[in-house]
Ligand binder design. Structure first.
Ligand SMILES: OC[C@H]1NNC[C@@H](O)[C@@H]1O
Length: 448
């Protein structure tokens, strides 16, 4: 008799996407450019010179895509709002056609029995705000609060769960420290400031929500559990630094109002003294935490690896994805129990989980076989169940991603979708993993 995987009655099964990765038409109907529009059109920044001008053409095909979600039995859909579509300069003027796009999408999701969850910022900062310093300008907390209020007032009630930011760590590490992502800075002094202002903006948005909203607001973080390569003092210290830098740097301020002390060790003179008022702003009570999980990291001390002095150790005994991430489902269970134990068992949604494996550019006779992704999803959904059995308050799972899409500076080379997109014809083809996931949703997990 196979094990019965019972999930909580109200457990929500969904899929996730993000604006710049799927919408296309970045400047249509009065939208302003984002930093990703600029970055993607800067020679040398994007693999194969790919960009989001068309992407999955979701801006035009959104109704069919909702139909696809319905066909797959999705109960929830997590998408992001393009800030500069709604506010072309990022502040002040609202673009009615931009707001209308998201209102139509939300209403159609609801008509199809699909719960919308919106992320207000998923990396595509309005370029006009970047011209004013972007995440380096402390005023951005108020700019984000203004934008948040526009969205909350227009759609709260139809959207009953909001996420302020997606993965502030990636924005900071990729956009300000290592430079692989927009706006492409490489500056040890800028990274802590950008990170801190992201959290301040999050806090401001939550304050605004408490004033005008009536449902739920939370923060989405990527968490990658760290395991020491050895029990040597150096490797244990390296693991602690890596864990503080990626995982505790965001949840500690939100839950405790303090930063991990390792950050001063990591950034040294580049780590400022933060005013208590900032820490009070960041520490707004939340209704949920979104956890994005992909992989783990085995960490060793590496004196040469600036500024963390940590390097990953490849685990040859496990499968790796196309993005070079180890398939390690136990890491998801470990992450969820860590969140439970450290932060008092907050309500958690797994707001992203998935993998890029090689898929052909075209479906073969209406089919896309992706056994590795089916196996990845099965293993990770079982890992979620294990965490629920351990008492974690997990209330939903969104597979990343509904569609093959623009994987940021890696372009269209990495396919995460459970639905295949032929980028020449824009034909959507549910992969075997979509059929599998649909069977899991239909059986409320029992088909795992
Ligand atoms: O790398 C896969 C995903 N990770 N989290 C943020 C998303 O925008 C990425 O596509």
């Amino acid at each position: 008799m196979s094990k019965q995987y019972r999930f909580p009655e109200n457990f929500l099964w969904g899929s996730a996407t993000a604006a710049y990765q799927i919408e296309g038409s970045p400047l249509a109907d009065g939208a302003g450019p984002s930093i990703w529009q600029r970055f993607a059109h800067t020679p040398g920044r994007m693999l194969n010179d790919d960009n989001g001008d068309v992407a999955c053409d979701h801006y035009n095909r959104w109704r069919d895509d909702v139909g696809l979600m319905k066909q797959l039995g999705m109960q929830g859909y997590r998408f992001s709002v393009s800030w500069s579509r709604v506010m072309p300069e990022g502040r002040g003027r609202v673009n009615p056609k931009g707001l209308d796009f998201y209102e139509r999408l939300v209403d159609t999701l609801l008509e199809n029995g699909i719960q919308p969850t919106a992320t207000l910022f998923h990396w595509d900062l309005p370029a006009a705000l970047d011209d004013r310093g972007g995440w380096l300008n402390p005023d951005i907390a108020d700019w984000f609060g203004e934008y948040s209020e526009v969205m909350y007032k227009r759609l709260d009630g139809r959207i009953k769960r909001w996420a302020t930011l997606n993965e502030p760590w990636v924005v900071t590490d990729g956009g300000y420290l290592h430079g692989a992502l927009a706006p492409g800075h490489r500056n040890r002094f800028e990274a802590p400031i950008a990170s801190h202002n992201l959290l301040r903006a999050h806090g401001k948005s939550v304050q605004v929500y408490r004033a005008v909203g009536k449902h739920e607001v939370g923060l989405v973080v990527n968490i990658e559990p760290k395991y020491p390569a050895s029990q040597s003092p150096e490797d244990l210290a390296a693991t602690r630094r890596a864990e503080a830098y990626m995982n505790r740097q965001y949840l500690d301020p939100v839950f405790f109002g303090t930063y991990p002390e390792e950050l001063r060790e990591i950034f040294g003179e580049a780590w400022p003294e933060w005013p208590q008022a900032d820490m009070d702003l960041i520490r707004q009570p939340l209704d949920f935490i979104g956890v994005n999980y992909y992989t783990r990291n085995v960490a060793r001390h590496d004196e040469a690896n600036w500024p963390l002095k940590v390097s990953p150790v490849r685990q040859t005994q496990h499968t790796y994805t196309e993005t070079g991430w180890e398939v390690f489902p136990q890491g998801l269970t470990d992450t969820l129990t860590w969140v439970k134990e450290r932060y008092g068992n907050p309500k958690v949604f797994i707001t992203e989980n998935g993998a890029a494996f090689f898929d052909p550019p075209k479906a073969e006779r209406g089919r896309v076989r992706d056994p590795l992704r089916v196996s990845y999803l099965r293993q990770h959904l079982r890992a979620v169940h294990k965490a629920i059995e351990a008492g974690c308050d997990i209330q939903g799972y969104y597979v990343w991603s509904l569609l093959d899409n623009l994987e940021w500076s890696l372009g269209y080379s990495k396919r995460f979708g459970i639905v295949h997109v032929d980028f020449e014809t824009q034909t959507r083809t549910p992969k075997d993993s979509a059929r599998y996931y649909a069977s899991v949703v239909a059986s409320h997990g029992e088909a795992l």
